[in-house]
Design a protein around this ligand. Structure first.
Ligand SMILES: Cc1cc2nc3c(=O)[nH]c(=O)nc-3n(C[C@H](O)[C@H](O)[C@H](O)COP(=O)(O)O)c2cc1C
Length: 193
């Protein structure tokens, strides 16, 4: 049982990174194997809307994203952890999400969705507590999960964490990420029988 973690921040050891590490540790404690992908390190270009994927449901651009597709397809659960950038997601994570257009083509043009239904946890951290801070990104992640047949099962949205690594002093928030990761993995394992 594999839980795939997607880290959206361009900053290593920043707030989203630390939260994701805790969530993955929680998943491992429940018996899952985990893998972490850092969007900023994938050496991939953003989608150029060439529509090449409309021919066979495969991306025709060969780069760092090529080996990510099977990981997204085969994971039993996905955890996305990201900071808010201008009320949305960082460009690096958005590039990864947009490059999932081949899955959209397969699902809606070819009626060939990813068959395995998976579960997903969303973790976001923002520097402010302005109204609507998490609204746009939540919709984007729901759309991303839906496209990949990932059920949006849980979320942790943490406002007012602004400085690099501030989350390290917020043990309750880190613990809630751990527990959510543990819960996610346990649920998937129980449903698998
Ligand atoms: C380019 C940029 C845009 C940001 N935009 C927002 C925003 O719209 N709302 C918000 O609450 N925080 C915003 N922030 C603050 C980050 O979400 C916050 O500092 C977060 O804790 C960073 O997490 P990280 O350490 O994982 O990168 C922004 C930060 C950057 C660098």
């Amino acid at each position: 049982m594999t839980v795939l973690g997607l880290m959206g921040s361009p900053k290593a050891k920043g707030n989203a990174d630390l939260l994701l590490d805790r969530a993955l540790a929680g998943a491992e404690s429940a018996g899952a194997e985990t893998e972490k992908l850092v969007a900023a390190k994938l050496n991939m270009a953003p989608c150029i809307a060439c529509r090449g994927c409309e021919a066979a449901g495969e991306c025709v651009v060969r780069d760092g994203m090529t080996e990510v597709y099977p990981k997204l397809e085969n994971a039993d659960a996905i955890i996305v952890a990201t900071p808010i950038h201008f009320m949305g997601m960082p460009a690096q994570l958005k590039a990864l999400v947009d490059r999932c257009q081949p899955f959209w083509v397969r699902k809606y043009r070819f009626s060939r969705p990813i068959e395995k239904r998976r579960k997903g946890l969303f973790i976001a951290v923002g520097g402010t507590n302005l109204p609507h801070t998490f609204d746009a990104i939540e919709l984007e992640i729901k759309s991303f999960f839906h496209c990949l047949n990932v059920e949006y099962t849980d979320e942790i949205l943490i406002p007012e964490i602004s400085e690099h690594g501030d989350i390290a002093d917020r043990e309750a928030a880190l613990m809630s990420a751990y527990r959510a990761g543990e819960r996610l993995a346990r649920t998937v394992l129980e449903e698998a029988g």
